[in-house]
Design a protein around this ligand. Structure first.
Ligand SMILES: N[C@@H](CCC(=O)N[C@@H](CS)C(=O)NCC(=O)O)C(=O)O
Length: 203
C-alpha cells in the first residue's frame, strides 16, 4: 500500500493521523502546491479530481476520499476502533464525523481559501463568503464547547475519527486563520489540549 499525500493539506493529515493511530506505517509520497505534481497526467490517471489523499493498494486499486480510506484501514486493522465498536457507537461516530466535516472543517477551509493570501491567484476568492464562513466557524466553536461539557471526546468515550476531523479543522483555524479558542470555552480548550498532545498529532 502507498499513500499519496499533500504537504500541509488538511485532509491528507486526517488520514496520516488515522494511520498513525492504527500504528500502520506505509510508504508516503508527498506532493506540494508549488510543484503541483498532483495535477500532472500520471497522478490524474489515479485520481482525475487531482486531490489528495489517495491510497493505492498493491494491486494498483486506488481509493480516494479521506473517510473511504480510513474506513478501509479500519476494516483491515480493527484496533483501536476509530469508527466505534457497537452499532450505536458507529452511528454516533458517523453523526459526529459528518457534523465535524460539514459544520467545522468545510467552513474552516472556505475561510482559508477565500481570505488567505496563500490562495491569491490559485483560487477565485470571494471575500464576503469567507467573512460569512468565519462567523460560522466562531459560532460552531461556541457550540462545540457546549457539546463537550463533561465529555472527554467528541463522539464516544474514546478518541475517534470525529476527533481527528475536528482536530485538523482546529489546526488550520489556529494556524492559518489565527482563530483561537476563547477563554470562555474551557471544554474546547481541555479537549484541544488532550488531542493535540497525542503522539500521533503531528503525523
Ligand atoms: N473530500 C476530499 C477532499 C480532498 C481535497 O480537497 N484535498 C485537498 C487537500 S486538503 C487537495 O488535494 N488540494 C489540492 C488542490 O486542490 O490542488 C477528501 O476528504 O479526501
Amino acid at each position: 500500500m502507498k499513500l499519496y499525500s499533500l504537504k500541509n493539506g488538511v485532509n491528507p493529515r486526517r488520514v496520516r493521523i488515522f494511520l498513525a493511530e492504527k500504528r500502520l506505517s506505509i510508504p508516503i509520497e508527498e506532493f506540494d502546491m508549488e510543484t503541483a505534481g498532483h495535477k500532472a497526467p500520471a497522478f490524474l490517471a489515479r485520481n482525475p479530481l487531482g486531490t489528495l489523499p489517495v491510497l493505492e493498494l498493491d494491486d494498483g486499486t486506488v481509493i480516494a476520499e479521506s473517510v473511504a480510506i480510513c474506513r478501509y484501514v479500519e476494516e483491515m486493522i480493527p484496533e483501536p476502533p476509530l469508527f466505534g465498536r457497537s452499532a450505536l457507537e458507529r452511528a454516533q461516530v458517523e453523526m459526529w464525523n459528518r457534523r465535524m466535516e460539514l459544520e467545522l472543517l468545510l467552513p474552516v477551509i472556505d475561510v482559508f481559501v477565500h481570505t488567505h493570501p496563500f490562495w491569491v491567484g490559485k483560487r477565485r476568492q470571494i471575500g464576503e463568503w469567507g467573512a460569512a464562513r468565519r462567523e460560522q466557524v466562531a459560532e460552531r466553536l461556541r457550540w462545540l464547547d457546549r457539546e463537550l461539557e463533561g465529555r472527554p471526546f467528541i463522539a464516544v468515550d474514546r478518541y475517534s475519527i470525529a476527533d481527528i476531523t475536528a482536530q485538523v479543522a482546529l489546526l488550520t483555524a489556529r494556524g492559518a486563520l489565527k482563530l483561537s479558542i476563547g477563554e470562555d470555552q474551557p471544554n474546547l480548550a481541555r479537549w484541544w489540549a488532550s488531542v493535540s498532545t497525542r503522539p500521533t498529532a503531528r503525523a
